[in-house]
Design a protein. Structure first.
Length: 726
């Protein structure tokens, strides 16, 4: 190195000290690299790049903090300022969620300073060291969580307001006259926030879409999707691209795959399924073992990276299953036709093929691309009939077609043997600490207009468990195969349950005479399973199932494998549903890449994709729940004169929540409207107590109610309290 370059290099390394001096002198102000360069009177690119490097180095050394993207503060002076996320309550207050705090920081309404739910903000925290509970004030909104909202428009002479049904949105949105568009009074609209002037009480926005009139079926369903930023149709260019794909089965492609068209193969799915992700094949081997193939639609064959179709699938990340419709991740030409493993058709698949002995032990495995021919399509009810009766004649009332038919003997044999093996796999999982959550699912019978005419409950039976166990086996073995190679992969992970939530749950279930063992990880799993069995079929089952699920951490996607607590697996991934989940597409691509000898890919890139997939899954789940609530409210609208028996599912200072036993619809009886006594909330008993009669209304009590109000827009039910069931 020349003397000139050595001096320059030494001079550049002096920037760290100068940066610290500038930040210390201006302790309450954040600086970016351009401002620091200007103070140091440096305008050459090389010096600026050196400042950028030194800022990042000082931040890594915890001497300064990045108060917002690209801006820095001195650590010693700025330690009362933190960056994190706003979590609004329905009472117009909020909590600040930040990794630096074990407990969330309370933000009063007057300290929100225009922050909305989910926003990334900079907060000043009070009482940090005083021993009191910390409170905070939003100093700056760094990034909006969302700018588009769904609400009902109220049009005045020269302006309009849009109010949302979201209880976490504490303000309406002001719409200038020239930004109302085609909206009419009372329409449900999508509005975009464009500005929030300093002296304005409400943000300013514009109407970007009119969804229709409140209470209309399609309006409300589209409003649910729009609330979570989910689409309900495909862009034209994506549809055109998908329609132009060659979806024919070519011999040249078959030659590259393992040909399994002659192996007995069938699918088992819900009666109303249109996309068949998975098929099972069965062959008895000469050594007495069984070859069982789990064949998954080879979506990645059609979904080329970098295309508009792939970008759209990634952005969606998941199909959304609403009560009356599916919003697919892929256009119909793929999801229902080319990729769907329909009966009596050849299909490209990605397969996990196992040799399994009579004790359900895997003695050999193979992964790779295949071509199959599905010999039979079963509904769960048909497969269940075979398992229960061992009869090969499916009766008309059970059949998909409504006509009785005879099942080939080899398919009956395969179904019964796989059911036997699945039960062994399930018992083994449970003995190793897996938790069984067979929560009752609420389903609706709909008429041809999508109106609810009945409610029924979906309960998992042996046929469901058969499919579940072999899908779990494939997911686990694929993850284990790559995980043991220490290569970057997309895992489905599930952390241990939240201890505080378990303790809170213990308090509630003790009122019903149940308890859980909180001493060890194994004890928790075993006692949760015992609890699920004990409450099965009892009036409090749905309440306790819900409480138990809420104690669990949320499963998510990650490249950091911590295992799956709920399933008791050290390795787990999602391989089996690429038609409806993008992470499965990523898993297929990575598996093939590694089978071809590829080196480990970028963990950082895939972790970002995992986070996106987890976020989209969460939004889809919320939309699905809202659609169930909407349909429950709609169903109850037509039963206002009917008296229902329900179970108290929640007790608060403002009333009781009651879940109707026969249809699982939940609503509120407000305390001021319970007329048979004057009730007050007893926090210790978690009950309402009558001042005169001393009657208690507590969790699990049965009460009779009638529908008072059914609000489709807010998706809320209000009940009139009739009497306690003694």
């Amino acid at each position: 190195m020349s003397e000139k370059h050595r001096k320059t290099h030494k001079k550049e390394k002096d920037f760290s000290g100068k940066i610290l001096k500038i930040l210390s002198t201006n302790a309450n102000k954040g600086f970016n690299y351009k401002q620091i360069a200007a103070i140091l009177e440096l305008d050459d690119t090389k010096s600026r790049n050196e400042i950028i490097k030194d800022l990042k180095l000082l931040a890594d050394q915890k001497k300064i903090i990045e108060s917002e993207p690209g801006k820095y503060l001195i650590k010693a002076i700025s330690q009362e300022y933190y960056q994190g996320k706003i979590d609004m309550t329905s009472r117009k207050t909020a909590y600040f969620i930040c990794e630096d705090f074990e407990d969330d920081v309370f933000i009063p309404n007057n300290n929100l300073n225009r922050a909305l739910d989910g926003d990334i903000v900079k907060v000043y925290v009070y009482n940090r060291r005083s021993g009191k509970k910390p409170e905070g004030e939003v100093i700056e909104v760094i990034e909006r969580n969302k700018t588009e909202f769904v609400g009902v428009i109220d049009i005045q002479k020269n302006f309009a307001f849009v109010s949302t049904a979201n209880p976490k949105m504490y303000t309406d949105i002001f719409i200038p006259k020239d930004k109302i568009g085609d909206a009419e009074q009372g329409d449900v609209v999508i509005v975009k926030i464009e500005d929030w002037p300093k002296r304005a009480d409400s943000p300013f926005g514009s109407v970007i879409k009119v969804l229709g009139k409140p209470g209309e079926h399609d309006t409300e369903i589209h409003a649910i999707l729009a609330e979570y930023g989910l689409p309900y149709d495909f862009p034209v260019d994506v549809e055109v691209y998908a329609q132009q794909l060659d979806t024919s089965i070519q011999q040249s492609e078959i030659d590259k795959r393992r040909d399994m068209r002659d192996t007995l193969t069938f699918t088992i799915d819900p009666k109303d399924a249109k996309d068949f992700d998975d098929a099972l094949s069965f062959k008895k081997l000469d050594n007495g073992n069984y070859e069982i193939g789990i064949h998954i639609a080879d979506v990645s064959f059609y979904l080329e990276e970098g295309t508009a179709l792939d970008d759209e699938a990634y952005n969606r990340a998941t199909s959304v299953y609403l009560v009356d419709r599916v919003v697919p991740m892929l256009p119909e030409v793929l999801s229902n036709f080319a990729c769907s493993l329909r009966p009596n058709e050849e299909k490209y698949t990605f397969s996990a093929v196992f040799e399994i002995d009579d004790k359900a032990k895997v003695v050999d495995q193979w992964f790779g691309r295949t071509v199959i021919y599905s010999d039979q399509r079963f509904a769960y009810e048909e497969a269940q009939y075979i398992i229960e009766t061992k009869d090969d004649m499916i009766p008309a009332e059970t059949s998909i077609t409504g006509e009785s038919y005879k099942v080939p003997a080899e398919i009956v044999e395969a179904t019964l043997k796989m059911d036997e093996l699945a039960k062994i796999l399930r018992r083994k999982r449970m003995s190793e600490g897996a938790i069984s959550f067979d929560k009752v699912e609420v389903k609706f019978n709909l008429d041809d207009k999508g109106e609810p005419i009945g409610v029924y409950f979906k309960v998992a039976k042996d046929a469901n468990h058969l499919i579940e166990e072999f899908m779990l086996l494939a997911n686990r073995k694929v993850a284990e195969f790559i995980g043991k190679q220490k290569k970057t992969f997309v895992y489905r992970i599930h952390d241990e349950p939240n201890e505080d939530k378990l303790i809170a749950m213990q308090t509630v279930i003790s009122k019903f005479g149940y308890k859980i063992d909180l001493r060890t990880k194994g004890g928790i799993a075993q006692s949760l399973n015992n609890l699920m069995q004990e409450v099965n079929g009892k009036k409090e089952q749905n309440l306790i199932d819900t409480l138990a699920i809420r104690t669990m951490s949320k499963a998510k996607y990650s490249t950091d494998n911590i295992g799956h607590y709920g399933l008791a697996f050290d390795y787990y991934s999602h391989f089996t549903s690429p038609i409806r989940r993008y992470p499965d597409v990523m898993v297929h691509r990575l598996l093939q890449f590694y089978l071809d000898g590829g080196k480990s890919v970028s963990e950082e890139i895939y972790e970002e994709k995992c986070q996106h997939s987890s976020n989209m899954e969460y939004l889809a789940t919320q939309a699905e729940r809202d659609s169930v609530k909407y349909m429950q409210v709609k169903y109850m609208q037509d039963h206002k004169d009917q008296e229902f028996l329900g179970v108290i599912s929640g007790v608060t200072e403002w009333g009781i929540y009651v879940e109707i036993i026969e249809n699982k619809c939940e609503g509120m009886c407000r305390i001021r409207e319970i007329k048979d006594d004057y009730y007050t909330f007893d926090e210790k008993q978690y009950a309402l107590v009558g001042a005169v009669s001393n009657t208690t209304l507590q969790l699990g009590d049965e009460v009779y109610v009638k529908v008072k109000n059914a609000d489709l827009v807010k998706k809320q039910l209000d009940f009139n309290f009739i009497r306690k069931n003694e």
